[in-house]
Design a protein around this ligand. Structure first.
Ligand code: DSN
Length: 427
């Protein structure tokens, strides 16, 4: 593999090889990252990338789409089965675009949206002022109770009743607990709003009922396909067929969403990525994917226990899902920028993250977000989590101690030898 690339573009070839080696030789704990299967990788790197297929299966604007239609239909049918969805659109290129497509499909510019605050775990596309969502819509935010670290659903309800939004967004990028999607839906129904749930982080856990699956509950659900779902980079939108807010109009909800994706926001779909999504959905339908998702959560809980034994402060005191948020400022007197740097040095990969009531800035916050999807894919279990928790404490307590960092790095390199990655890729 990569023979032609090696010859024609050695600089990019070397970049790829170096990155693959970095992935193999590290403990990957960025909560939104994962390792796709060789089959998913293969589907992505195919001549399907050459095709144009604006439109939907059976209704394309270009000829020659008979096989592309088969691939897209397979992806749709598998996703429906996986999540119990009435309607699925597998064309969105990325999570932010999927959210934009839903807003465009169902709202007017300047309409009111109520979503989770970025500093409490929401996403940029949930109304950050520097994002299209915050610039084009009138945003209101709910946060979390600083005492418990949990979303206060009574506060969500109060804010919804005062602001009367057209859409309520549930979902997050950094919240370690299960969500009460039913209550979100009830509140949305009470105030006459759509309920869009963004499950980008937890999609794999939702599909396997390891955490609550909002697809049968919410009006619309968006997700990326590459996080806990372990597919290729990309996204999809799932929704009910009928529009609860505006029933009996010419276009039902499913048609509005499809129209919001194409022609509303995107042109040609990425057919090689849709084929790879179909491959990943087939993998996620196998019984061992549920066991894998259960292990992701067991690992996150074991990691939390390991850190709590060292009195590390965790937002909400623990986790129900795949991620943890540490208050590293309180626990170790270190901020996010330096923490990520020193952990990089020992081959543990993380990201800095704002935490509720953060005393820092987005570029140098008090929080560190860590997650278990990628290391669970590598086969690590509870005993390794205990070891990893000890490494965090050693490094973050002694960020300038070269000997400690060298020792931890060599222990990391030693441990990951037992968890090989992409062994059969011949590059
Ligand atoms: N960048 C993703 C994350 O890390 O959560 C969300 O888009």
């Amino acid at each position: 593999m990569l023979k032609s690339l090696k010859e024609s573009d050695p600089e990019i070839y070397n970049t790829i090889i170096n990155e693959v080696d970095r992935q193999k030789e590290g403990v990957e704990m960025i909560a939104s990252e994962n390792f796709v299967s060789p089959a998913v990788l293969e589907a992505m790197g195919t001549p399907l990338t050459n095709k144009y297929s604006e439109g939907y299966p059976g209704k394309r604007y270009y000829g020659g789409n008979e096989f592309i239609d088969v691939g897209e239909n397979l992806a749709i049918e598998r996703a429906k089965k996986l999540f119990g969805a009435e309607h699925v659109n597998v064309q969105p290129h990325a999570g932010s675009q999927a959210n934009m497509e839903v807003y465009f499909a169902l709202l007017e510019i300047k309409d009111k949206i109520l979503a989770m605050d970025l500093s409490c775990g929401g996403h940029l596309s949930h109304g950050s002022p520097v994002n299209f969502s915050g610039k084009h819509y009138t945003m209101f935010h709910y946060g979390i109770d600083p005492k418990t670290g949990l979303i206060d659903m009574d506060e969500v309800e109060r804010t919804a009743k005062i602001t009367m939004p057209k859409m309520i967004v549930s979902g997050f990028s950094a919240y370690p607990r299960d969500l009460d999607f039913k209550r979100f839906q009830e509140i949305a129904e009470d105030v006459g709003a759509y309920h869009m749930s963004d499950i980008a982080h937890i999609a794999g856990l939702c599909a396997t009922d390891v955490v609550t699956n909002p697809v049968p509950i919410a009006d619309v659900v968006t997700t990326t396909t590459h996080k806990t779902l372990r597919g290729p980079r990309g996204a999809m939108i799932m929704c009910k067929e009928e529009d609860r807010i505006k029933p009996n109009t010419k276009k039902n909800l499913a048609k509005k969403i499809d129209f919001g994706v194409f022609p509303g926001m995107q042109g040609g779909p990425l057919d090689h990525m849709i084929a790879a999504k179909a491959v990943a959905f087939k993998e996620a339908l196998q019984p061992d994917f549920k066991t894998h998702c259960e292990q992701i959560v067991k690992n996150a809980r074991a990691l939390a226990e390991g850190l709590l034994e060292h009195d590390v402060e965790l937002v909400s005191g623990g986790t129900d899902n795949h991620l943890l948020l540490m208050d590293i400022d309180k626990s170790f007197g270190i901020r996010g920028k330096k923490a990520v740097q020193v952990l990089d040095e020992v081959h543990i990969y993380t990201n800095k993250n704002m935490i509720p009531g953060d005393r820092g800035t987005p570029f140098n916050p008090c929080g560190l977000r860590i997650g278990t999807p990628a290391i669970t894919t590598r086969g690590m279990k509870e005993p390794e989590m205990k070891q990893i928790a000890d490494w965090y404490v050693k490094v973050l307590k002694n960020p300038d101690d070269v000997t400690i960092k060298e020792n931890v790095k060599s222990e990391v390199l030693d441990m990951i030898k037992d968890f090989p990655l992409y062994e059969n890729l011949d590059y």
